[in-house]
Design a protein around this ligand. Structure first.
Ligand SMILES: Cc1cc2nc3c(=O)[nH]c(=O)nc-3n(C[C@H](O)[C@H](O)[C@H](O)COP(=O)(O)O)c2cc1C
Length: 216
C-alpha cells in the first residue's frame, strides 16, 4: 500500500488558482509575462511541433474593433431568437455568455491564442493520403497542446500573483476573429486575460476523483 504523498507546492498552486474576471488597472511587469510565455513554450507538443501561437492584442483600434464585433454578434443573436418559442431562455443565455465575454476588454493584458494552420497531424496526413476517412478527432492534438501550453502559462501567473481567465465564449459571438486581427496562418482557439486580481472568487465545486475515474 502506498502512502498519501504530502501536499506539495504545486498541488497548492493548482488548488488556489481561480479564473479571474476583475483586474486592478496596473500593468504586470513585462518580464513576468515573458516568464509565463516561457512556461507555455516548455509544454509538450506532438512531434515537438510547437504549434501554439500567442497574439497579444495591444492595439487599441484592434481591441475596439473586436469589442464592436462582440456587440454586433450579441445584437444579431438577440434578433435571430426574437421569433423563437424559447426566446426568453435563449436571451438569458446570450446575455450571460456576453457578460462572461465582455470583461476581457477591461483586462490589462489580452491575448488571442491559436494554433498554426500549417501543422499536419498524423491523422491529417493519413486522411490526405486516402488511408483513413475524415477524422472527427483531427483537431484533438492541437486542442490538447493549447491546453497544456495554457496550463503552464496560468500556473506561472498564479505563482507570480497574476490572475488570468481563459475564454472561448467570445468565439461564438465573433465568427471572423482571425480576419479582424489580421491573422492568416493560425486558427484562434481562445482568448486569455492577464492582470493583478481585483477579486477573490471562491472555488467552484469540484467533482470527486471517483466521479471522473472509471476502471475498465
Ligand atoms: C476552454 C475554457 C473556456 C472557458 N471560457 C470561458 C469564457 O468564455 N468566459 C469565462 O468567463 N470563463 C471561461 N472559462 C473559465 C471557466 O468558467 C472556469 O475555469 C470554471 O468555471 C472553473 O473555475 P476556476 O477556473 O476558477 O477553477 C473557460 C475555461 C476553459 C478551460
Amino acid at each position: 500500500m502506498g502512502t498519501k504523498p504530502n501536499r506539495s507546492f504545486l498541488e497548492d498552486l493548482i488548488t488556489k488558482r481561480r479564473s479571474i474576471r476583475k483586474y486592478k488597472p496596473d500593468n504586470p511587469p513585462e518580464e513576468w509575462i515573458n516568464s509565463m510565455l516561457y512556461c507555455a513554450l516548455m509544454a509538450p507538443s506532438p512531434s515537438n511541433s510547437q504549434p501554439v501561437r500567442f497574439f497579444r492584442i495591444s492595439s487599441k483600434s484592434k481591441r475596439d474593433t473586436l469589442y464592436e464585433a462582440l456587440n454586433s454578434g450579441r445584437q444579431k443573436f438577440l434578433r435571430d431568437i426574437e421569433s423563437k418559442n424559447e426566446a426568453k431562455r435563449l436571451r438569458n443565455w446570450i446575455n450571460t455568455y456576453y457578460r462572461f465575454s465582455e470583461f476581457m476588454f477591461k483586462a490589462p493584458i489580452l491575448f488571442a491564442v491559436g494554433t498554426i494552420t500549417s501543422y499536419k497531424s498524423f491523422s491529417k496526413r493519413m486522411f490526405e493520403e486516402g488511408i483513413i476517412g475524415h477524422d472527427r478527432r483531427e483537431e484533438t492534438s492541437l486542442d490538447i497542446t493549447v491546453g497544456l501550453a495554457l496550463k503552464g502559462f496560468i500556473l506561472r501567473g498564479e505563482e507570480l500573483g497574476l490572475g488570468s481567465c481563459i475564454l472561448t465564449g467570445p468565439l461564438v459571438f465573433i465568427p471572423n476573429i482571425e480576419e479582424i486581427l489580421g491573422i492568416n496562418d493560425a486558427l484562434i482557439k481562445c482568448f486569455i486575460t492577464v492582470g493583478f486580481p481585483d477579486e477573490k472568487p471562491d472555488m467552484p465545486p469540484r467533482k470527486s476523483i471517483s466521479e471522473i475515474l472509471s476502471e475498465i
